[in-house]
Design a protein around this ligand. Structure first.
Ligand SMILES: [Zn+2]
Ligand SMILES: [Zn+2]
Length: 175
């Protein structure tokens, strides 16, 4: 996975891992590979612990409604995780890493999620990270829609809420 200018793949991976937390190092490795990451080292229990801590910090970013607070939290993650950017072609194409070489997956993900989230928020809009408007879903999603007004994690949740609102309005009007 390369960090594209809007951090889209990285922020989507963060949401995927937060919504369904990996429970074993093997699962974490598989999910990262599915997302297009090239893993350079074996994944260990330490990586899993590290990733859960990163996701805890990241969910605080998701759950604050204030954009300055949001920026402060992301800046803290960047300060702890990211190194100077450098060019690399370790996986074929040239791209940027915001981390030192030969890092364990936990540290790689920390930098990837921090930088990807920062790029997403400044590139697309500070409000474009939230939880699904269906209360019992509450899945996190990155809003990459054209309008920036996505309220649901999926078409399924949007339909579910539309049906519910329709029923509620029928009850209210007594029909
Ligand atoms: Zn790379
Ligand atoms: Zn949902």
């Amino acid at each position: 996975m390369h960090l594209n200018p809007y951090g889209e793949d990285a922020v989507k991976l963060a949401a995927d891992l937060a919504n369904r937390r990996p429970t074993t190092p093997a699962e974490l490795a598989g999910r990262c590979r599915e997302a297009g990451m090239v893993l350079e080292r074996p994944v260990t229990p330490d990586d899993l612990v590290r990733v859960h801590a990163v996701l805890d910090a990241w969910e605080k970013v998701v759950d604050t409604g204030d954009e300055h607070e949001r920026a402060t939290l992301v800046n803290r993650m960047l300060a702890e995780s990211a190194a100077y950017p450098r060019m690399t072609d370790h996986a074929g194409d040239w791209h940027l890493h915001y981390r030192d070489d030969r890092q364990p997956l936990g540290a790689v993900l920390f930098a990837l999620i921090s930088v990807g989230t920062a790029l997403h928020l400044v590139g697309r809009g500070m409000h474009r990270l939230r939880r699904c408007a269906v209360g019992e879903c509450a899945a996190i999603f990155a809003d990459t829609s054209r309008t920036g007004r996505q309220r649901y994690c999926s078409p399924r949740c949007a339909n579910r809420d539309a049906v519910r609102r329709h029923r509620a309005s029928r009850t209210a009007s007594g029909t």
